[in-house]
Each structure stands twice: as C-alpha cells, then as structure tokens.
Design a protein around this ligand. Structure first.
Ligand SMILES: Cc1ncc(COP(=O)(O)O)c(C=O)c1O
Length: 362
C-alpha cells in the first residue's frame, strides 16, 4: 500500500530525491519577509544564482512552479496584437504553445516529431518567413529526454533575428546543463526547484533580461502576481512582491552555495558522467528514444524495444527496493520509460537502480 509518510526514493524526472541535509534547511525558523534577515537571505541567494547562470541582469524568485513563468514571459513581454513562434518537440513545448494561446496571444508553431530537435536552420527559416515578437523554446524536453542545441540556436538568433525575444524553458536543464544567460542573449529563462536543484517543489527561479523588463513596461494588462515590473521593484530591495516561500529559499541558498563551491563546470561534468552511464546501459539493452545527437544529461528516455512490462518492472523495483523510476510521459507512456540523473542523485545510486532493473528484466 502506498504510504505518503514513507515514500520511495525518487529517480523520476522531478521531483527528484532530496538529501536529508537539504530537508533540514526547510525546517529552519521562519523569517519575516520584510526584515533585514530576509533581505540578507534573498540578496545572497540571488547573487549565488547570478554566478550560476552567468548573468548580471535580473534574477527573480517566484513562489510558484516553473509553469508560472511560461505565463509570465508571455503576459509581460508580448503585446496582445503580437505573435509568438512556439517551437514544439514534445509534451512540455506543446503545453507552452497552449499557454500562449490561453494568455490570448497569437501562437504560430514550428513543430518537429517527438524525439527530434529544433535546429538553428529550421528556426531561422520559419522566423524569416513571418513577423514574430518572441520565440519559445524548451531547453530540455523532459518527455523525450532531448536537449535542444540551444547554444547554436542562440548564435543564429543573435546573428539573424536579434530583435526577436528568446524565452527558454530550462525547467529540467538549469544546474544540470550549461547555461550562460547573458552570452546566450536570452530574455527569459526559468526552472522549478524540484528538478536539478534537488529541492522539494514550490519555488521557481527566473532570469529576465533588461530588454525584456523594458519591453514589459509597454505591455498592457500584465496582471499582478507575475508582474516583472513589480518583481523588479521589490528585487531592488532584496524582497519579493508577495510573501515568498521562505523555507524553500533557505534550501535554495544552501544548494546554490554547494554548487558554487563545486564549480559549475564540474557540476555539468558530473551530470554528463551520470548520463553517459545510463545511456550506455540503455544502449546495450534498449535504445535511446531521442535523436542520438541530442541526448539530455539530466534524464534519459528509453525506448522499450525489449517489450518489457514497464508498469510491472517499476512496481517490482519500488516494492523490493523502495525506489521509483518513471514510465513514459503522455503518449509515450507505454513505449518508453525514464530515468532521472540530476541533482543530488549519485552514480553509485544509478548503478544500484540499473542493477535492480536488470534483475527484473532478466
Ligand atoms: C520542461 C518542463 N517544463 C515545464 C514543466 C512544468 O513544471 P512545473 O510542474 O514545475 O510547473 C516541466 C515539468 O516536468 C518540465 O519538465
């Protein structure tokens, strides 16, 4: 019987396993959110994040999950009469396109098959043929386990479409994959902390460019809770617009300090090594779902070519070892399964997990 008080160790692609030392941060005495203590916590956390994201522009903390920033980017930075080009290559990029429409903006779609990447060439061609205020892109498609070639895309954008705003969902990429916000020339990017930050869900981190903030000032009806202008006014005082999720910010401060001490190059290398290990295992028995040129370093989506009973295997590993990995997402539920290798998950734990899966599939 499931028991929420004794959950399995999580190797699903978010929320991921949270270490005990991080959980302890969430139990610290709380602070008043307009006090000097909070301002110190906020200011230090944002400075750490700026170093991790290689930016001198705005970094905001949002008491929401990452999806809130899908909406914030559109409502703040795209005028009602403007059109957004939404690149779609899996469940989450599809969803963002839907959110654009739900926000009342015109969405045009550049779509490739699930498992394929958005390439600079495809994007360039589509942008050249239309008139777009912004483009949406998912860095790491958590459904297909594909990391889009965002560095090459950004070079193309800067060279050929410098006036188009670039919004990038880094929900399952940030921390695990390189992200040099200012050099990439992005305008909005964001993550939920339950992914590679390895914190329980309930907070999002967003980087916003100066030009995105400036553009937002001319956009009508931006709402209140996700209003970048109001966020920036409060951030200037090391505060947030509304009462934030302070325990999560304490945990974020703790995790960011550890990551900065480790060094981002080493953090990305660590994720790369875990990914290599899982991909090697997957390649011997199954195959990788996505185009092999663009595999993600934070999770692997494995094509079930052996025809194993995925649900039964997941249940057996959970039952015997108190450990949970994931089935496929959405329409890939039966066809694939997914293993996360991000955050505080270790290579040793992955070896253990893959060994247990081996025992089940024979
Ligand atoms: C790429 C991507 N974008 C957005 C989301 C939505 O994140 P949240 O549920 O934290 O808002 C997810 C969740 O897995 C995701 O993987």
């Amino acid at each position: 019987m499931p028991d929420w008080k004794h959950p399995p160790r999580l190797f699903i692609p978010g929320p991921v396993k949270v270490s005990d030392d991080v959980l302890q941060q969430l139990a610290r005495p709380t602070l008043g959110h307009r006090t000097q203590e909070y301002m110190q916590l906020h200011g230090e956390t944002v400075q750490l994040l700026k170093r991790m994201l290689f930016t001198d522009q705005h970094v905001f903390l949002s008491t929401s999950s990452g999806s809130g920033i899908w909406e914030a980017a559109i409502r703040n930075c795209v005028a009602p009469e403007e059109t957004v080009l939404c690149t779609c290559c899996g469940a989450f990029s599809d969803k963002w396109a839907e959110v654009v429409t739900l926000c009342g903006r015109e969405a045009d779609v550049l779509e490739v098959a699930w498992g394929q990447a958005i390439t600079p060439e495809l994007l360039d061609e589509k942008l050249a043929a239309g008139n777009y205020a912004a483009v949406t892109l998912v860095y790491n498609e958590t459904s297909t386990g594909l990391a889009n070639p965002v560095y090459a895309i950004s070079e193309m954008m800067k060279a050929k479409h410098p006036d188009v705003l670039v919004f990038v969902d880094s929900v399952s990429a940030m921390v695990g994959l390189p992200l040099h916000f200012d050099d990439l020339g992005w305008d909005v990017t964001f993550a939920s902390v339950q992914k590679a930050f390895a914190i329980p869900p309930g907070l999002a981190v967003a980087a916003v460019s100066n030009r995105a903030l400036e553009k937002s000032l001319s956009v009508p009806q931006r709402g209140y809770y996700f209003n970048f202008e109001l966020w920036a006014k409060n951030a200037a005082k090391d505060q947030t617009l509304v009462t934030p999720n302070i325990p999560h910010i304490m945990a974020l401060h703790y995790q960011c300090s550890k990551l900065i001490d480790e060094g981002m190059e080493r953090v990305w290398k660590r994720h790369g090594e875990m990914a290599q290990y899982v991909r090697h295992w997957a390649g011997e028995k199954f195959s990788i779902f996505c185009d092999a040129r663009y595999p993600s370093d934070t999770l692997t989506t494995i094509r079930n070519v052996m025809g194993i009973d995925v649900a039964k295997t997941i249940a057996a590993v959970r039952e015997k070892h108190g450990t949970l990995f994931s089935d496929g997402y959405g329409k890939l539920k039966q066809e694939t399964f997914r293993i996360a290798h991000m955050g505080d998950i270790t290579l040793g734990e992955l070896e253990e997990l893959l060994g247990w899966i081996d025992e089940e599939i024979g």
